[in-house]
Design a protein around this ligand. Structure first.
Ligand SMILES: O=C(CO)[C@@H](O)[C@H](O)COP(=O)(O)O
Ligand SMILES: [Fe+2]
Length: 235
């Protein structure tokens, strides 16, 4: 799955930028990723709930809201109530992440938990049993256009193993520095959903960029499944 991040889009034309990846066929994004930043949890400020509510009316592509905010226990359920498909909060910011996941689901969205590059996954494995998505940050949150941090792929591999062995039931999502040079290693590690800002909205044709990234990820993931089959004696 490909989720273009509108952080790299033209903020004066956000509706059109979303519709550019909301057509039919291969050029259609699976989700559109919306980065909400409060200037406290991260040193940058973007948009909040009123803008997200408007964006929800611009297309039928599900919105994936990534909340880089303090006190998500208080603010995140509003995004779910408004119709966001997936609402992701930061593990480092949530006070009661299990209750928060329950509140998000009760409000009608999927619940996502994100970890910054230096946050270990081990501390959150039990909590993740209450979540639908794990968002592994592959850059420090706050800005688009940064370089991919390959070391976070160990967390992707661990999460993939936990899902494949039935210990967790969630989608593994990655966010930061995903482009045609980095998507294959992320796909091989076991990512299900790839957020891409600059690689999609920096391209001449964002829809074509979505299709190209998906194709690259699918063929790299195919190689991973092939290698897995051979290891299991099925290949
Ligand atoms: O959450 C964030 C940044 O904090 C991301 O969603 C970025 O917006 C991804 O942008 P690129 O790294 O793909 O340019
Ligand atoms: Fe993000």
């Amino acid at each position: 799955m490909i989720a273009p991040s509108i952080l790299s889009a033209d903020f004066a034309r956000l509706g059109e930028e979303i519709t550019s990846v909301a057509g039919e066929g291969d050029n259609r994004a699976d989700w559109v990723h919306v980065d909400v930043m409060d200037g406290h949890f991260v040193p940058n400020l973007t948009i909040g709930l009123p803008v997200v509510r408007s964006l929800l009316t611009t297309s039928d592509v599900p919105l994936d809201c990534h909340l880089m905010i303090e006190d998500p226990d208080r603010w995140a359920p509003g995004y779910a109530e408004s119709g966001a498909y997936n609402v992701t909060v930061h593990a480092e910011a949530a006070r009661d992440p299990i209750m928060l996941a329950k509140n998000l689901r009760a409000a009608g969205s999927r619940a996502g938990l994100s970890v910054k590059p230096k946050t270990p996954l081990e501390d959150y494995v039990e909590i993740l049993k209450h979540y639908d998505t794990l968002l592994v940050m592959s850059v420090e949150p706050g800005f688009g256009g940064q370089s991919f941090i390959p070391e976070v792929l160990d967390k992707v591999r661990t999460a993939r193993r936990l899902v494949d062995t039935g210990h967790l039931r969630l989608l593994v999502e990655i966010d930061g520095g995903i482009n045609n040079d980095t998507i294959e290693q992320a796909a091989e590690a076991g990512v299900d959903c790839f957020v891409a800002g600059t690689a999609v909205y920096g391209a001449d044709d964002p829809g074509k960029a979505v299709a190209a990234l998906r194709e690259q990820a699918a063929s790299a993931a195919g190689c991973r499944h092939g290698a897995q089959g051979a290891q299991d004696g099925n290949g």
